[in-house]
Design a protein around this ligand. Structure first.
Ligand SMILES: *[C@@H]1O[C@H](CO)[C@@H](O)[C@H](O)[C@H]1NC(C)=O
Ligand SMILES: *[C@@H]1O[C@H](CO)[C@@H](O)[C@H](O)[C@H]1NC(C)=O
Length: 310
């Protein structure tokens, strides 16, 4: 009898000893650097009202924001069906940052982002008309739907620049400056009839932890344009994700402080889950250069930190 119990206890502890403790989820380990549009680029909340005051979050962007539908309609469940590496059409293995943010705000998400999108296809000679909807097209698609949204309860988020930066490295850098002006132009369209948008958040991560002179100039020009838009009475915010990317990919505080065990990508390609890493919950990227859903959660947490601290 006793020996049977002892045997059970022994086998239980042996069995449990083979189960590795589950590591804590990754967590945000940097604070935003806050500033104002009168100074140099930094995160700004400005006059944006509390996140909880928004009923709608309307998003425009590239693969970082692409929820798989591209037209504002409800997204598919964020579920991976292997070997397809895109969870419900997303360019990641679960929800994107916009979904985490909308959930935290208690808002409905309307997502128009498309993987590969730049600000304005016409600015890039090597980009042809078969390429994804650019910001100007995404905004026009939204405006053309004549959605009846309460402007005071709607937050527009524009998250562009990554693809433009990549193209600028190979195709000439002067177009990057035009893209800063085009982001401001799209905001002016959205603040006009019929939507009369009031609340705008711009997210920047153009260099993903790297920078070039023309990238820095793009950032400064965009920041100054946003200061002008704040000056005409819009509520404008700016989230500088370079603080997160430099924090993870650099030494201050470094990836381990966030709980990441890898700063690389879980998958070698964007076509299959074959050869996936063992622990995507603690990997920075899913596809090369594109965040895991764990990192998307970090992006949402960082945006909320800008709201709380800036
Ligand atoms: C949005 O796109 C999906 C396909 O991705 C389609 O099924 C749906 O009808 C579209 N909705 C609207 C409102 O255009
Ligand atoms: C664009 O700028 C980057 C960094 O300043 C430089 O390495 C690259 O050669 C430039 N590209 C062109 C096409 O001028």
């Amino acid at each position: 009898m006793y020996s049977a119990i002892a045997f059970l206890l022994t086998s239980f502890s042996l069995a449990s000893a083979t189960v590795l403790p589950r590591a804590a989820p990754v967590k945000l380990a940097v604070n935003p650097v806050c500033g104002s549009f009168a100074g140099s680029p930094a995160s700004v909340r400005g006059t944006l009202p509390p996140l909880s005051s928004f009923s709608n979050i309307v998003t425009f962007g590239d693969s970082y924001t692409d929820g798989g539908k591209h037209n504002g309609s409800a997204l598919s469940p964020p579920v991976l069906t292997k070997p397809n590496p895109s969870a419900g059409g997303r360019y990641t293995n679960g929800p994107v940052w916009a979904e985490y943010l909308a959930e935290a705000a208690g808002a409905k998400l309307m997502d128009y982002a498309v993987t590969g999108a730049v600000v304005d296809n016409g600015q890039w000679p090597t980009v042809d008309s078969t390429t994804p909807n650019d910001l100007l097209t995404q905004a026009n698609n939204f405006i053309g739907q004549f959605n009846k949204l309460d402007a005071t309860k709607t937050l527009y988020v524009l998250f562009f620049g990554i693809q433009d930066y990549v193209l600028s490295l190979n195709n000439g850098n002067s177009s990057l400056s035009n893209q800063a002006e085009n982001i401001a132009w799209a905001i002016l369209e959205l603040e006009s009839s019929p939507q009369f948008g009031k609340n705008f958040l711009i997210i920047d991560n153009h260099g993903r932890g790297t920078e070039s002179p023309s990238g820095a100039a793009f950032k400064t020009e965009l920041f100054q344009a946003l200061g002008y838009l704040q000056g005409i009475g819009l509520n404008v915010g700016y989230v500088d994700l370079s603080t997160v990317w430099n924090g993870v990919l650099g030494n201050s505080p470094g990836a381990a402080a966030f709980g990441y065990t890898s700063t690389g990508a879980c998958l070698a390609s964007s076509t299959s889950t074959a050869g996936s890493c063992a622990d995507p919950d603690h990997a920075f990227y899913w596809f090369p250069g594109n965040p895991t859903t764990a990192t998307h959660k970090i992006i949402s947490d960082y945006i909320q930190a800008v709201w709380a601290q800036c």
